[in-house]
Design a protein around this ligand. Structure first.
Ligand code: PLP
Length: 397
């Protein structure tokens, strides 16, 4: 899910070497250097029809998520809405491993060991995934838009005046490629706008071509207030994360801070390595490759082939669901009683031994082929899953 194209692109290595020679480090605390501005500008240009206008660079996806939550609090406070402190996430959501991310996240093992230290003011919408209602959907399921109305119930419970932001992955990746029902995210947007709640799309996986567009926000034509991203941001060559922020949020925080006598620091947050020259060089080279090779469109064109191919596995033993969107897909198996994750783990190991890397998650195996894939690579992935599933059912019961 990290690598969108090859490990060996000469351009990337060349740019990294150049960056290392020019700068080993330059700070972005109370000062700046050229590269983050250049990279930020190019990122914003990926979404020409959006009102996202600022970028905050972080170290990874987890730090991007926690940053976005802090920006939400600072924004509301800057407008005099200091009571807006609550965050709403979703069951089965994954937002990294920071305390903010695990608090809004909805994956039980990621939360339970740290339960005593989760953020207090959070709540969760139900997951959108329901096998009885949407199994074997191709692309976005037709069932489930009404689930967005759970947000209205949560707002009714806590009152909008206490809620800062809603954060969702447009497609839940780590929980096994859970695809948003048609019109579900649109409805979340409407509800958030109505109640002056910020909507954050966590696009650490769905950003940079995975759905056949720059971001899910572009693919679905929805305007979130912030987008968090990482992984494909630098093609995973150098650790880096970012938050893309709607115009007006930055201005509000800066303007309010200028009214308060103090240290001259507008937003007390930032990472030593945010905007690191090497990460910026990797990001700029990565964007050039996406553009030159038209990789987002390439992914979009290949997506129907993946859809056809992955749904051909439907008749295999134990398959209870297959789902796909863009270049992401998952096959879910009926769990072995008492060992719910064993089947997917066994198939994952068998595929790995045959040279195909999947991601086991619960009772599903997920796939996210690189954007440079050709049809023959998809065929290889699907044929390997096919053979390994049959082997698994012969050997593990
Ligand atoms: N958010 C989402 C949606 C992710 O999928 C991930 C990682 O997979 C993260 C956040 C955390 O990113 P990182 O592992 O770079 O901290």
């Amino acid at each position: 899910m990290c690598k969108c194209w090859s490990w060996t692109k000469k351009r990337l290595k060349r740019q990294l070497r150049k960056a290392l020679i020019k700068w080993d480090y330059a700070s972005c605390f109370n000062m700046g250097h050229q590269a983050p501005f250049e990279f930020a500008q190019k990122l914003i240009e990926l979404l020409p029809n959006s009102n996202l206008g600022q970028v905050f660079f972080t170290n990874c996806g987890s730090s991007a998520v926690d940053t976005s939550l802090k920006i939400a609090l600072a924004y509301h406070r800057s407008r005099g809405d200091s009571a807006k402190i609550r965050f709403i996430g979703r069951e089965r959501g994954y937002h990294g491993v920071g305390f903010g991310g695990i608090s809004v996240g909805g994956i039980v093992p990621n939360r339970k060991a740290f339960a005593g230290a989760l953020l207090p003011y959070t709540d969760h919408m139900p997951s959108t995934h329901s096998i009885p209602d949407m199994a074997f959907s191709r692309g976005q399921p037709k069932w489930g838009a009404h689930l967005a109305d759970n947000l209205e119930s949560i707002i009714g419970l806590h009152d909008a005046s206490t809620i800062a932001a809603v954060i969702v992955e447009p497609v839940a990746g780590s929980a096994g490629v859970l695809i948003p029902p048609q019109n579900y995210l649109e409805r979340l947007r409407e509800i958030c706008t109505k109640h002056n709640i910020l909507l954050i799309f966590d696009e650490v996986i769905t950003g940079f071509g995975r759905l056949g567009a720059s971001f899910a926000a572009e693919k679905l034509n929805i305007q979130p207030d912030m987008i968090t991203c990482a992984k494909g941001l630098t093609n995973a060559a150098v650790p880096c994360g970012a938050v893309l922020i709607r115009n007006g949020i930055y201005d509000s925080i800066i303007e309010q801070s200028n009214k308060e006598p103090g240290s001259g620091i507008e937003f007390f947050h930032g990472y030593t390595y945010g905007g690191h020259p090497l990460a910026m060089a990797a990001g700029l080279a990565t964007l050039e490759v996406y553009k030159e090779q038209d990789l987002f469109n390439r992914a979009n064109n290949l997506a129907p082939f993946l859809e056809e191919a992955v749904h051909s596995l439907r008749k295999l033993p134990g398959v209870i669901d297959i789902r796909n969107f863009g270049l992401m897909a998952a096959v879910e198996f009926s769990p072995i009683p008492g060992k719910p994750t064993a089947r997917a783990m066994d198939i994952y190991h068998r595929c790995f031994d045959k040279g195909v890397l999947l991601r086991p998650t619960g009772s599903s195996v997920a796939m996210a082929p690189p954007l440079i894939s050709e049809k023959k690579h998809i065929e290889r992935i699907i044929n390997t899953i096919h053979d390994c599933t049959i082997e698994s059912f012969k050997n593990l019961n």
